[in-house]
Design a protein around this ligand. Structure first.
Ligand code: COA
Length: 337
């Protein structure tokens, strides 16, 4: 656990931005590809539409407009940024990381570019990493991106219908900046439980195999994202409230002190169950999953940028980010705005 305090140098979120691909995919469109229905998807997940990237569009492409917005909001330029952290499960290439691609394409110079792969918890893990660099005085401004193109890794047929109705594509970005003021990241809390690795996983390409993907593998559909939905649900509704309470306890706060929780947009039913278990009103957990589906590491920064644009976060507000996902991994961060 990162300990709570806002004395000395620490990180605050100085700018946010997001970008989603143009193509809107409705539940009815998916129902044309697989045996499902708008009614089933809405009832089970709350999702109405999601966005799919255009052919050839990768996470670096989606991230660039989000980063430009975040820089503008922070009144900074690329020359001010000291480090890039790029959270994605779906990088443009297996190597090098998408952080390197952004660095080159946006003209960041020779600053460090670090890809992290913590799936749906990637953004909160990235926030925690950025906060440590800033607290030690190493860096002043860090760019943190969460971006995903899930659409190319999903089986859009009957065999994949339990997974492919949930995920979508998009990108969010924030700038973390050093401050001594009474605002910023109070604490962050990171967890993982690798014994559930195969309950939400994408097996191939795998360095355990040579070649890393074979024709037989492709025929067997081993390149698609797989999920044990019931197991994911069962753990998510326990871990979200647990890690939110951990953040509250670390800061001697109660749920009534919190202005907004921006959770990873996993599934509307999960968020509803989490609010019930926290004895909190449903509106305390921000939701935009109806528009974008589950965008993995991108979902929190997209939701945050929209919540800010809607005036849901004011200076002085206490905000919690909370995530759960593949790994299993789960994490939270408490921020004073
Ligand atoms: N459309 C229609 N029917 C579908 C379907 C779809 N897209 N996907 C599955 N079904 C069917 C199943 O085949 C099953 O049929 P059967 O009863 O004839 O066997 C039936 O619906 C119920 O399936 P089940 O898996 O029990 O559904 P569920 O109520 O558990 O809902 C999820 C499935 C995926 C929506 C649910 O498990 C879930 O939300 N899990 C968490 C997923 C999540 O949030 N992941 C992201 C975490 S980061």
């Amino acid at each position: 656990m990162t300990r709570a305090h806002l004395d000395g140098i620490h990180a605050y979120l100085s700018g946010t931005g997001y970008h989603v691909p143009e193509r809107v995919v409705t539940n009815d469109e998916l129902a044309g590809l697989m045996d499902t229905s708008d009614e089933w998807i809405q009832a089970r997940t709350g999702i109405v539409t999601r966005r799919f990237a255009a052919e050839g569009e990768g996470v670096a492409d989606l991230a660039i407009p989000a980063v430009e917005q975040a820089l503008r909001a922070a009144a900074l330029t690329v020359a001010d940024i000291d480090l890039i952290i790029f959270a994605t499960t779906t990088p443009d290439y297996s190597a090098p990381g998408s952080g390197c691609l952004i660095q080159e394409r946006m003209g960041f110079g020779e600053i460090g570019a670090l890809d992290i792969r913590v799936q749906c918890s990637g953004f909160v893990y990235g926030l925690s990493i950025a906060d440590q660099y800033i607290r030690t005085g190493t860096y002043r401004h860090i760019l943190l991106i969460g971006a995903e193109v899930q659409s190319t890794g999903m089986n859009l047929s009957d065999d994949g219908r339990d997974v492919s109705i949930i995920f979508g594509d998009g990108a969010g970005a924030v700038i973390l900046s050093a401050t001594k003021e009474d605002r910023g990241i109070l604490s962050s809390h990171l967890h993982a439980q690798g014994k559930y690795a195969k309950d939400l996983w994408l097996e191939l390409p795998s360095s355990r195999r040579n070649p890393r993907v074979s024709h037989e593998d492709l025929d067997a559909g081993r390149q698609w994202l797989k999920m044990n939905g019931k197991e994911v649900f069962r753990h998510a509704v326990v871990r979200f409230p647990q890690v939110i309470r951990e953040a509250l306890d670390a800061n001697n706060l109660s749920i009534e002190d919190i202005a907004l929780i921006v959770p990873h947009q996993a599934n509307l039913r999960i968020s509803q169950e989490v609010s019930r278990r926290l004895n909190a009103p449903e509106e305390l957990l921000y939701s935009n999953i109806h528009k974008y589906g589950n965008t993995t590491a991108a979902s929190i920064p997209i939701a945050l940028a929209e919540a800010i644009a809607e005036g849901k976060i004011k200076p002085g507000d206490l905000v919690i980010f909370a995530a759960f996902g593949s790994g299993f991994t789960w994490a939270s961060a408490l921020v004073k705005w």
